[in-house]
Unconditional design. Structure first.
Lengths: 228, 433
């Protein structure tokens, strides 16, 4: 079953009187449990595609089904709900909230979905243990290394058991050792059956993915399938 | 679940306010002063109002007080010659009022004479109040011991008196005054009762001063000695002589006051009009004035209203300035935390969630200011009472009002920054450094 399905997805930015097409007629289908890497030079439309897939932005035209549901016409509130429930974000710069400790950061998506205090605390602890941070639950993000922070972010992305996990250059800010650890965590998620969509320049990540989509000028330039 | 949300939101608010302690404190100061002045204003207003009501209770709101005043001197007669100027209220006036004016429950004629009272070798300055037994109905004078003047006393012109407790303390230091004789101007008066003025505490505001002037508390007089009016008439001359510039002028005044009591507050003004008409006909010159305590009360209320408006606008301005300060700081906070807002939006926070977060932070700030303001505002009135000699009363209602106002300021001035935070584009916010 395709969890992500787009049909002639277009995004055009209006810069003054100039129309700038960032994404043109994107037809994309991603099956449940796939590990997909999206690559391409800057300006090729990677971020735009990621924002659209992450329901942070609305397409100018075209359709987008996420987990079988058409989300291209939803309003802001409904999109917020979809983001919280069906999408897990992993950012290049971790984007943890500095005032909250590890547990509270992981709890955040559950908080907005209206989990009870006990349920969210239990799940957050479980996830923290899973990413190997069981001994740092009360630490502030500033007390953690980059790799650890990114692991907190991954735990947070998993909190609501999302349909897809979107990662934007997940190891871009990390040294190679921590980067490798993070990639191992992602591999593990993939093995557990999660659908991963990773935007990256890094060929090493791409090598781990099952499928590589190369973008250029807002279009799919090339699709490669790795032998798993 | 809701409780969890509240708890989290509250905790987060406290945390981020605590992170900028100095900033938060300075921001709340505006609210602190605003709330403080609201409470102080209400306390002073309430104090003045209660004081005025007490003063009015002393004079009696259903009373009308007619006083003798010296008419403006006419320069028609040529000096030198000894003349007797006769003016003021008369026994005939009192009788006319009693018999003609409707609604009058009692009319009490009062004769006042400043004299010295002696007992053994002690003496003190007192005011003789020549009056009638039903004087007690129009005055808050309370009998501590013995009895008040009776109609027998009045009828037989007996030499009896009722003295104020202050006078009793001055004259009869160790003796029990009841049954003893006071000497006034060569005559002896047996003490039959000791009275106390219901209110002897200091009166402060302008209204109370007026009331004091009406009740005739002049300097040096320790207290009153009440004797029957008939006794006063037969034993004391109605003439008073004064010398000025070599010529002697003699004044003749029968009664200093007539106090009229009507049944209800509504009858006061109509009675006043009738009374004024009657007296204008009986007197050919303006040698009397009618004081209406109810009117004094209304005047005092008007003065107080102006006072409240002035204080109220100061409080309002300070709350406004405080609110603007808070709005300013919250706008800065929102800008500072743009990225956090972006993260929260990406993780599923709706616009409403963001509004609630920032609004509750503002609310927390202003309620903190409100609490501090209430604490400070509870201290200030007692300082005002102590140094300014003004009575103040803090009512529970004023505290609730102040708290409500600070909450309202928080919501009003927090709404715009919160909406601005909520309406930020999540993508832009995430990119914000």
């Amino acid at each position: 079953m395709a969890v992500v399905n787009t049909e002639k997805l277009c995004k055009t930015y209006q810069l003054g009187s100039v129309q700038l097409p960032a994404l043109q007629d994107m037809d994309l289908e991603i099956e449940q449990g796939r590990y997909v890497a999206i690559m391409g030079p800057s300006g090729s439309g990677k971020s735009t595609l990621l924002n659209l897939l992450g329901c942070l932005d609305k397409p100018t035209s075209g359709r987008y089904w996420l987990g079988g549901k058409d989300v291209s016409e939803l309003d802001d509130n409904q999109l917020s709900l979809i983001r919280g429930k069906s999408i897990g974000f992993i950012f290049q710069s971790y984007n943890l909230i500095g005032q909250l400790n590890v547990i509270e950061n992981i709890e955040l998506p559950m908080f907005y979905q209206g989990f009870s205090e006990q349920a969210s605390a239990a799940r957050a602890r479980e996830l923290a243990v899973m990413v190997g941070l069981g001994d740092r639950l009360k630490h502030q993000p500033s007390q953690l290394s980059g790799g650890q922070q990114q692991r907190v972010a991954i735990a947070r992305a998993l909190a609501n058991d999302p349909v897809i996990i979107l990662a934007d250059e997940p190891i871009g800010n990390l040294d190679s050792t921590s980067g490798a650890e993070i990639l191992n965590v992602l591999d593990r998620l993939h093995k557990q059956g999660k659908t991963l969509i990773v935007v990256t320049h890094d060929t090493e990540i791409a090598a781990r993915a099952q499928r590589i989509i190369k973008l250029l000028d807002g279009r799919i330039e090339q699709e490669l399938n790795n032998k798993a | 679940m809701l409780l969890f949300r509240l708890k989290r939101t509250f905790k987060l608010g406290v945390k981020s306010l605590w992170m900028h302690r100095l900033r938060s404190t300075l921001t709340t100061l505006g609210i602190v002063f605003g709330v403080c002045s609201v409470i102080a204003m209400l306390a002073i207003g309430e104090g003045a109002s209660q004081e005025a009501q007490q003063a009015i209770a002393r004079l009696g709101s259903t009373n009308l007080i007619i006083e003798t005043v010296k008419p403006p001197k006419k320069q028609t007669d040529t000096g030198d010659v000894e003349t007797i100027a006769s003016f003021g209220l008369t026994y005939a006036d009192a009788e006319s009022i009693r018999s003609i004016i409707p609604n009058v429950q009692v009319a009490v004629p009062i004769r006042e004479i400043d004299q010295e009272a002696r007992y053994l070798n002690r003496k003190t300055t007192i005011k003789i109040v020549g009056t009638v037994p039903w004087y007690t109905e129009i005055s808050p004078v309370r009998l501590m011991r013995g009895r008040f003047l009776s109609s027998t006393d009045l009828h037989h012109q007996l030499a009896v008196c009722v003295i104020d407790d202050l006078v009793a303390r001055q004259l009869f230091v160790f003796d029990d005054p009841l049954g003893l004789d006071v000497r006034i101007y060569g005559g002896y008066y047996r003490v039959v009762g000791i009275a106390t003025q219901a209110a002897t505490e200091k009166m402060t505001d302008s209204f109370a001063k007026g009331a004091a002037a009406v009740s005739g508390d002049s300097g040096g007089v320790v207290g009153n000695i009440y004797i029957p009016l008939t006794t006063a008439k037969s034993r004391f001359t109605e003439l008073t002589a004064s010398f000025s510039g070599g010529s002697q002028s003699v004044e003749k005044v029968e009664l200093q006051k007539i106090i009229v009591k009507v049944a209800s507050n509504e009858q006061v003004l109509p009675t006043y009009n009738v009374l004024d008409g009657l007296l204008a006909r009986l007197h050919d010159k303006q040698d009397y004035q009618i004081v209406v305590p109810l009117e004094l009360l209304r005047e005092a209320a008007r003065t107080r209203r102006i006072f409240s408006i002035v204080l109220g606008s100061i409080a309002a301005i300070s709350l406004l300035v405080g609110g603007i300060g808070i709005m300013n700081i919250m706008l800065a906070t929102v800008t500072e935390r743009t990225r956090e807002i972006g993260i929260r939006r990406a993780l599923g926070a709706t616009k409403r969630d963001i509004i609630i977060q920032f609004l509750s932070e503002t609310l927390l700030l202003t309620l903190l200011g409100g609490v501090l303001g209430i604490i400070l505002g509870s201290v200030i009135p007692s300082l005002v009472t102590h140094f300014g000699r003004m009575p103040t009363v803090i009512t529970g209602y004023s505290l609730v009002l102040a708290f409500g106002i600070s909450a309202a300021v928080g919501i009003t001035f927090g709404l715009y920054p919160a909406c601005r935070a909520a309406n930020m584009d999540p993508i832009e916010s995430l990119r914000h450094e």
